[in-house]
Ligand binder design. Structure first.
Ligand code: NAD
Length: 411
């Protein structure tokens, strides 16, 4: 099953509980627009290379399409479609006025210099500028893209359309970015973890946590969970993994990772045999915060954590989801757990459009309120309907998107 089929399966499960008609199911299974573009740039050594870029706009019933741009060798049309659909449901669960989109370029950015990445990003904007816009479709960072890429997009788009900082979110704080945006997804993951534990009468203080992925989401999740009193005992990334049952000094681990390009060799714990070993640690909470499809039918039975909080998008395949559900594992689903990023993106968009800035405290406080409210809503639906948190989150999201679509009309 590919990523798009998996997303539609989760969607379909909720849709059948809601008794949606097959025509409405088909409507929401079908992206509104899929764009594929060839991106040709000159490399630093004079060679010419062509890359494939994608933008999928899944649904805009509740507002402009919104979603990140991923630069990764595994980016393909199915993955982009799946992630675009997840964005539709995520923006609805957390109740920000956006639809869902996603984009990406099939490339390993490690193979490109800074200047080559800039040229590639600018060519991408040239190819998709007429389908994006601050009231139309607003890209943001995702795997291997960050504030610098957003600055290039803002600049290139503005060359064509005039000064338009609202074209992207996740911009550098010095260039219309929002305070608190960089940490927002991790902060949301930490709040989601705390609320899920609380709902099961457990305390975040002293809870043990393993984290897979130590980039933007992983580092901020670790740092904020630790500040809430949790003990981070295992961290893994693409370079390796470490464990320390007394608790890893997260800030030292972050500094190490920045300096060495990965967690491998970190001297604040002992190395695990491979990066995936963190998934199977005997901890209270597992936070997958790397790529999708890492918890599968083949390894789900080996997951020992009773709580899985999905920092990454689509880390659990549907087969694994069923196995974990049967085992009684509480899965806090991606469309809620990692929604902190798009929430603060919506705050950034509002600030940019108003030419006004909020303090970091204001941003964090507004984020916290939304994360708690959304958790309470999906927890209530899960309890009332005796369904998983994932199905409950889809039910809430589909209800909101469906209502908007009906009110606006179909054409
Ligand atoms: P990132 O590029 O900053 O970090 C990715 C991390 O994953 C790195 O530490 C990398 O080493 C690790 N990784 C890659 N391959 C791995 C492997 N095979 N095994 C173990 N670790 C591996 O990306 P990010 O922005 O932190 O995004 C991580 C996930 O969170 C993605 O699924 C993304 O879609 C999702 N997400 C990100 C945001 C955001 O605001 N950045 C928001 C919502 C969801």
């Amino acid at each position: 099953m590919n990523a798009f089929e998996a997303t539609n399966l989760y969607f379909g499960r909720a849709a059948s509980i809601m008794q949606l008609s097959s025509s409405i199911v088909r409507l929401f299974e079908t992206p509104q627009r899929e764009v594929k573009v060839g991106l040709t740039i000159e490399m630093d050594n004079g060679d010419i290379r062509t890359f494939q870029g994608y933008r999928v706009q899944h649904d805009n019933s509740r507002g402009p399409w919104k979603g990140g741009l991923r630069y990764h060798p595994h980016v393909d049309p199915d993955e982009v479609k799946a992630l675009a659909s997840l964005m539709t449901w995520k923006t609805a669960v957390i109740d920000v006025p956006f639809g869902g989109a996603k984009g990406g370029i099939t490339v390993d950015p490690k193979d490109l210099s800074h200047a080559e990445q800039e040229r590639l990003t600018r060519v991408f904007v040239d190819k998709i500028h007429d389908i994006i816009g601050p009231q139309r479709d607003i890209p943001a960072p995702d795997v291997n893209t960050g504030p610098q890429h957003m600055a290039w997009i803002y600049d290139q788009y503005s060359k064509i359309h005039g000064h338009t900082p609202g074209i992207v979110t996740g911009k550098p704080v010095d260039l219309y970015g929002s305070l608190g945006r960089e940490a927002a997804t991790g902060r949301g993951v930490a709040i989601a973890t705390r609320q899920a534990l609380l709902a099961m009468n457990k305390d975040i203080v002293g809870a043990t946590v393993a984290i897979q992925g130590f980039g933007n989401v992983g580092t901020w999740s670790a740092s904020i969970l630790a500040s809430m009193g949790a003990r981070i005992v295992a961290i893994g990334d693409a370079s390796g993994a470490v464990r320390n049952s007394d608790g890893i000094d997260v800030e030292r681990a972050i500094a190490w990772t920045k300096k060495h390009g990965g967690i491998h060799g970190f001297d604040g714990g002992h190395s695990l045999k491979d990066a995936t070993a963190v998934l199977f640690e005997d901890v209270d909470v597992l936070v997958p915060a790397a790529l999708g499809g890492v918890i599968t039918r083949d390894n789900a039975r080996d997951i020992r954590a009773p709580f899985v909080v999905e920092g990454a998008n689509a880390p659990t395949t549907p087969e694994a989801d069923a196995i974990l559900h049967e085992k009684g594992t509480v899965i806090v689903p991606d469309i809620y757990a990692n929604a902190g990023g798009v929430t603060v993106s919506s705050f950034e968009w509002v600030q940019t459009l108003q030419n006004f800035t909020w303090t970091e405290e204001e941003v964090n406080e507004k984020l916290e309120r939304r994360m708690i409210k959304a958790f309470d809503t999906i927890w209530r639906v899960a309890t009332d309907k005796k369904v998983s948190l994932r199905t409950a989150a889809f039910i809430v999201a589909i209800g909101r998107v469906g209502k908007a679509r009906v009110l606006r009309g179909l054409s």
